[in-house]
Design a protein around this ligand. Structure first.
Ligand SMILES: *Cc1c(COP(=O)(O)O)cnc(C)c1O
Length: 383
């Protein structure tokens, strides 16, 4: 009765989501801070003042939201942590992040979380006749979609310092005429390539194959590749509201790419689900984009806490990879990652441990509020 296809599925396992609120959750890279009050207001008002709209289908292509996202990117440069906050609460990009052209709504594709956006993207750009290139350790949903769409994959080991081996990835892509996907900053390492490093890679990359960069964490201090879109028509950038915009419970992700590529993605979306972004989420997303100043402040708070917590671990002999995200990836010599995870859990704090060979000694810790991190510090003090 069950399909042959089903056998190829190996579902992604997210960080634990306990029903009770007993645990401090530092295991799924959710934002430690709540959404801006204009976002909660947008949710409430959409349901009360515009309740008649709930009976109608939403705008299938989320055009007002796409306009807001384009404005948000133009005013932050795609890195909230460094964005300048003007006296009126609006943002302007830090000089190094300024995008040398205007991002337009036609360059944006929205979906129900970037996981769904990635699904449409895999269908749009990757074929079954050649391997998709990706780093050995990266977002573990990518191999899941390879199984889903029957796309072979080739994993390229990280360098000794845990950074991405772009030379090896480009060589493998050239050899197989393949597309590539990776996260920058990468997960679960947290380490980032500079825009210049990505530009170098793009130069030696097949022009007719998609080069996909997942910028889920870029807002916390990476360098966005959006400025490279003018130069490279095969560049596809994936971003999400889940992390830096405190929106994981509402589901909103997007792609930034050349309009022709966005049109191709719309074709895929309209062959699967016309309305992936509901009316309330569109309204809440627009409100989030309007509160960039608030999210720039929370991104700064998280980055500061990340640096201070990394220092705390290093002083105690941990290896802490250089993170540009809202989490740290760290290990302590002679202590199993699983033991660290269990010790924190006993103290009521959930962090993430992966059984994956090569990284099983590490734990991935989401940066919480200073209060939460203080509790974690005392839980880890004795390890
Ligand atoms: C969290 C995450 C996503 C998924 O984000 P959603 O928008 O919540 O689906 C995508 N890519 C990476 C690298 C992530 O860490």
């Amino acid at each position: 009765m069950l399909s042959q296809r089903l056998k190829k599925l190996h579902p992604y396992v997210p960080g634990e989501q306990p029903d009770d609120r007993e645990y401090i959750k530092l295991n799924a890279n959710e934002n430690a801070y709540p959404p801006h009050k204009s976002v909660t207001e947008a949710v409430c008002q959409s349901a009360s003042m515009h309740s008649e709209r709930l009976a109608l289908y939403p705008d299938p292509d989320a055009n007002m939201l796409r306009k807001s996202i384009a404005d948000f990117l133009n005013s932050t440069g795609g890195v909230l942590e460094r964005a300048e906050i003007n006296p009126d609460g609006e943002c302007s990009p830090a000089p190094q992040d300024k995008i040398p052209f205007t991002v337009t709504p036609q360059m944006i594709f929205c979906g129900n979380g970037s996981d769904e956006v990635l699904s449409f993207l895999f269908y749009t750009f990757f074929d079954s006749d050649r391997p998709l290139i990706m780093p050995e350790h990266t977002y573990s949903f990518y191999p899941v979609y390879c199984g889903f769409y029957d796309i072979p994959l080739k994993k390229i080991p990280l360098k000794k310092d845990w950074s991405l081996d772009m030379d090896a990835m480009c060589a493998a892509a050239a050899e197989n005429k393949s597309a590539v996907i990776f996260a920058n900053p990468n997960a679960p390492t947290g380490m980032a390539l500079t825009r210049e490093q990505v530009r170098e890679a793009l130069k030696s990359f097949p022009q007719d194959r998609a080069f996909v960069v997942d910028e889920a964490y870029c807002d916390f201090g990476g360098e966005s590749c959006i400025p490279l879109l003018k130069e490279f028509k095969n560049l596809v950038i994936v971003r999400t509201f889940s992390k830096s915009l405190s929106f994981a419970g509402m589901r909103l992700g997007y792609v930034v790419a050349a309009p022709e590529l966005i049109d191709a993605m719309l074709t895929v979306k309209n062959s699967f689900n016309h309305f992936p972004v509901d009316f309330i989420t569109q309204r809440a997303g627009i409100a989030s984009c309007g509160a960039a100043g608030y999210y720039a402040r929370t991104a700064r708070l998280i980055a500061q806490e990340r640096e201070s917590f990394s220092g705390f671990l290093k002083e105690r002999g941990w290896l802490v990879l250089d993170s540009r995200t809202n989490f740290v990836f760290a290990k302590k010599n002679g202590v199993e990652g699983k033991y660290i995870y269990e010790s924190a859990k006993r103290e009521g704090i959930l962090i993430r441990h992966f059984d994956t060979p090569g990284i099983e000694d590490f734990v991935r810790i989401t940066i919480g509020t200073p209060e939460q991190m203080l509790l974690l510090r005392s839980a880890l003090e004795n390890i």
